[in-house]
Design a binder for this molecule. Structure first.
Ligand code: ZN
Length: 404
């Protein structure tokens, strides 16, 4: 098998020259790169790009200040989201790639109705339990109590979406609920399920398949890159495009290391050797499906631990939502946070205050949490200078380890 470097190195060099020539950020960083010295080790000497380095100075990476660009934000589980830029044409190409895969798998197209579990509307921060907007039915993850899941099932029966987009934990809860309640999922016309945003564990996949059939595909992607890999009919995650050069940095003896990506398909806001924060390995392309694209295995992330108190259950993204709302109205209010559930009804909310954390901002945070959590919950707030980050992905919620 030919080395991927050989296939891509000419395009990579051209991309480096483009970034060094047009982007203020890369001018210095890539100054050693030239036609005459170009080789794999020169490329590998370019420093790894960490998300925290560019938060707050995202514009310095741009290679074009003139065009109107598409902007979106990473979920920012540490409190600070990254502003991601793409040209409208680049965004369209990325969407086309993704829809191509969906159509190939289960003939799902952009015209089909779908349902997705969500936390909040990115534009107006609304958190309705069921909302329909432009072919999508949104079901809230902020309350996944049994009674609410009954409502979701009824809503799906009525709306009849063709496919579901979900994080694994939310759909796993819902599938279990359908089994427990002995509901008949064949009443729903679901022909495709796409899991994104979280690891999909085998036990989750089995339960979801028991309910909906073998129609589950795993989508590994991010706001920065959109689709990086998609699973095939044999469950292997194949890299989705040759426009991304994927490296595994500092691999251990099983080959797992940091997943670092250079995305040639975003020329307007180049990400060169960007650390995704994920741990994974590349294992060639030997798959029964016949795809020539390498298989990537992602690990390290554990399943999201839910917030539970009695019968009430919610995705901890609830805290992220409240912090996002505060930061949207009071910029630089909360720089980092971590919530620990210390008891069935008690939370410890550590936060690193920024200059925007005025009294009204703190009040808003409390109000938002009170309106989303059960009424008898008690929250203690503590201000800190910094919160230590452990592991590849920062856990902003630590659940209560009850002895149930
Ligand atoms: Zn395959």
């Amino acid at each position: 098998m030919k080395n991927r470097w050989d296939d891509i190195q000419i395009n990579l060099l051209e991309f480096m020259k483009h970034a060094a020539g047009q982007s203020p950020f890369y001018k210095e960083r890539l100054k050693e790169i030239s036609d005459t010295n170009w080789n794999q080790s020169v490329f590998e000497e370019i420093p790894i790009l960490k998300k925290y380095e560019i938060i707050g100075k995202e514009e310095s990476l741009l290679t074009n200040q003139m065009t109107k660009l598409y902007i979106e934000y990473t979920s920012g589980s540490t409190g600070q989201p990254l502003k991601c830029y793409k040209s409208h044409e680049e965004k369209w190409k990325k969407a086309k790639l993704l829809w191509g895969l969906r159509t190939k798998h289960r003939e799902v197209g952009p015209k089909d109705l779908y349902a997705m579990f969500y936390a909040f509307n990115e534009e107006d921060l609304s958190t309705d339990s069921v909302a329909i907007n432009n072919k999508v039915m949104y079901l809230s993850m902020l309350d996944m109590s049994p009674k609410r899941l009954d409502d979701y099932y009824e809503a799906l029966l009525k709306y009849r979406p063709q496919w579901i987009l979900s994080v694994s934990t939310a759909l796993y809860l819902f599938a279990n609920h359908i089994l427990e309640r002995k509901l008949d999922p064949s009443e729903l016309p679901i022909k495709y399920i796409e899991i994104n945003g979280e690891m999909l564990f085998e036990y989750q996949k089995e339960t979801i398949e028991k309910v909906f059939g073998s129609i589950i595909y795993n989508h590994y992607g991010s706001r920065e890159f959109w689709c990086i890999a998609m699973s095939c009919n044999y469950g292997n995650l194949h890299l989705a495009t040759e426009q991304m050069y994927v490296e595994i940095i500092k691999p251990n003896k099983e080959g797992f290391g940091n997943v670092v990506i250079t995305d040639l398909s975003n020329r307007v806001w180049p990400l060169i050797r960007y650390d995704t924060g994920d741990i994974g390995r590349l294992i060639g392309n030997k798959c029964k499906c016949g795809s020539v694209h390498p298989i990537i295995e992602i690990t390290g992330g554990r399943s999201t631990q839910y917030i539970q108190s009695g019968n009430w259950i919610s995705n901890p993204i609830l805290f992220h939502y409240a912090v996002t709302k505060v930061n949207r109205l009071f910029p630089d209010a909360i720089r980092q946070f971590r919530v620990t559930q210390t008891d069935e009804k008690k939370f410890l909310f550590l936060l690193v205050p920024g200059i925007g954390l005025v009294e009204e901002a703190e009040l808003l945070l409390k109000q938002e949490l009170q309106s989303k959590l059960p009424h008898d919950m008690d929250i203690t707030f503590i201000h800190q200078g910094k919160i230590e980050i452990e592991g590849p992905k920062f856990d902003y919620f630590i659940p209560y380890q009850s002895k149930r």
